[in-house]
Design a protein around this ligand. Structure first.
Ligand code: NDP
Length: 491
């Protein structure tokens, strides 16, 4: 069989599930089409998996579990490290697949998504070698020590916006901690997860340790999370889906990590370095077409610089090139699907109905050439909306931001904390005391000061309020994917 990774993606093909180390069709032999959002053309067919495939995958994972958990840390390190290398050796193929599948600029996939996916494997490969547990000395009475054991078979479910990046962010620590995994990528972006199967085969990952199922969330995803033999669920996606998953998992006492939506504030004080703030705010607004959970979709600007910020921000937006994701000059590509395209355009209509003034964008774009049927939306900026309208309270997850002004720190905090979400926040100021005060009082899992998206993989990552439960990253992830057992030995 021709290597999967060497495909050119010129003509439609059929992707398959990866179960017990082999590529197989779904048991029901049913498939659906996956569309390239930049062209509207069919890219591949995807298995419409269901509970029968879940059962097969879980059996394979259970069979593999004793093999994997009993491997030495060094052996697990080596295999995960080789997976990371395999991804980077095939950087061009992975980046092309990610761009075709999502509509994101190829340059972004190549510089951010795919290198970070490899880094996730590399990082957790080394965690395997370094992870340690605690001991607690009861001063002459007894010694406690903690054993950390892998959980068994766990489920990892990821969304479409950063497909391989978020898929690997879950799978890598789960495997590093000695678990076997049944994973499901989003049905609209299955391609790089499919390619990953072959990399894992070549890296010598034992059969059944990682199983990848494709299909719809409401069918195969739901069957996976409900299965009694799944010990933990690591999920990234929308808040409504997270709520649904929690309602199924909690009564079964499964461990649960939920990374959910956001409505992140980007707070710009009058004393900010405005050049840097504007340059970075362009990124935090429109990178990946605004489809990053950490994008700052509410821009709060101190009143004294509101007009200055607005005119310079709009001028920079005018320089962005929206177009064919494969063109190296493109800054903004297509949104991920026809459904999402209409959802974002509906949100813009809602903003107008709520009294918002469209300062730029607000419309879809027709791109000449082979992207004429693609799903492109102009970078959109809206002002004049009240704090509590739906546009300022609900996640849009597209190239759409709102501007609001504030007069002082207290007001900025009230607006920033005034939604049900609490994923991230960005503060722009040169006053270090103000930065500390804001960071302390912002309701968010991560606060960036004078930067955005700067990530150290050792740090805890996650949200508060309806942005999630639990933390990923570093030891947090290793602890999530293990159970702690305390042993007490009397002196
Ligand atoms: P969804 O919640 O729709 O889907 C996420 C994943 O869950 C997909 O694989 C989906 O499958 C699956 N799924 C859907 N329904 C179920 C179910 N009942 N049981 C099990 N699995 C299910 O999110 P999107 O894919 O639309 O992603 C966008 C969302 O993700 C945004 O809200 C964004 O903020 C959030 N996000 C959060 C991040 C964070 O770190 N906090 C990071 C990135 C995104 P399918 O696609 O097949 O329906």
């Amino acid at each position: 069989m021709k290597s999967i990774i060497e495909r050119t993606f010129d003509t439609p093909f059929a992707i398959q599930n990866f179960i017990d180390g082999k590529f197989v069709d779904s048991v029901n032999q049913m498939n659906f089409e996956n569309i390239n959002p930049a062209t509207g053309a069919m890219l591949c067919t995807v298995p419409d998996s269901d509970e029968k495939d879940v059962q097969k995958a879980i059996l394979a994972a259970q069979k593999a579990f004793p093999v994997w958990k009993n491997k030495s840390n060094e052996e697990r390190f080596r295999i995960l490290y080789v997976i990371a290398q395999g991804i980077m050796e095939n950087l061009d193929r992975f980046a092309l697949a990610e761009s075709l599948d999502t509509g994101k600029p190829l340059s972004l996939a190549k510089s951010v998504d795919i290198p970070r996916s490899a880094q996730n494997f590399e990082f957790f490969a080394t965690a395997t070698m370094q992870f340690a547990s605690e001991s607690h000395d009861m001063e002459g009475v007894a010694l406690n020590y903690t054993l950390r054991k892998p959980l068994g078979v766990v489920a990892c479910i990821s969304p479409w916006n950063l497909p391989l990046y978020l898929f690997s962010w879950k799978i890598a620590p789960a495997l590093a901690a000695g678990n076997c995994v049944v994973a499901k990528p989003s049905e609209v972006t299955p391609l790089t997860a499919y390619l990953l199967g072959e990399i894992c085969q070549k890296a010598g990952l034992p059969d059944g340790v990682l199983n990848i199922l494709h299909g719809f969330g409401h069918r195969v995803g739901a069957a996976l999370i409900a299965h009694p033999d799944i010990k933990a669920i690591s999920f990234t996606g929308g808040t409504a889906t997270g709520k649904q998953i929690a309602s199924v998992a909690a009564p079964q006492f499964k461990k649960l990590s939920l990374e959910l939506g956001g409505k992140n504030p980007n707070i710009i004080f009058a004393d900010a370095d405005l050049d840097q703030a504007i340059q970075t705010t362009i990124q935090s607004s429109f990178r990946n077409q605004g489809q990053i959970c950490l994008c700052g979709s509410r821009i709060l600007i101190e009143s004294s610089i509101y007009e200055q910020f607005k005119s310079r921000f709009l001028e920079k937006i005018g320089q962005l090139k929206v177009g064919n994701p494969l063109d190296s000059m493109t800054n903004v590509g297509a949104v991920v699907s026809k459904n999402h395209f209409h959802k974002v355009l509906d949100c813009i209509e809602l903003a107008k109905a709520e009294g918002g003034k469209i300062l730029t964008g607000g419309n879809s774009l027709k791109i000449e050439g082979n992207c004429e049927n693609g799903y492109f939306i102009a970078p959109t900026v809206i002002e004049g909306l009240p704090q509590h309208c739906r546009t300022n309270m609900e996640e849009i997850f597209g190239p759409v931001v709102t501007l609001q002004s504030f007069d002082n720190e207290e007001e900025a905090l009230t607006i920033a904390n005034g939604t049900n979400y609490g994923l991230s926040a960005t503060v722009w100021t040169q006053d270090i005391k103000k930065a500390h005060r804001m960071a302390n009082r912002l309701e968010a899992g991560i606060v960036w000061v004078n930067t955005w998206m700067l990530r150290d993989l050792r740090t805890p990552f996650g949200g508060v309020k309806q942005s999630g439960v639990g933390r990923e990253g570093g030891w947090e992830a290793m602890r999530f994917f293990t159970d702690a057992k305390n042993v007490v030995i009397k002196y």
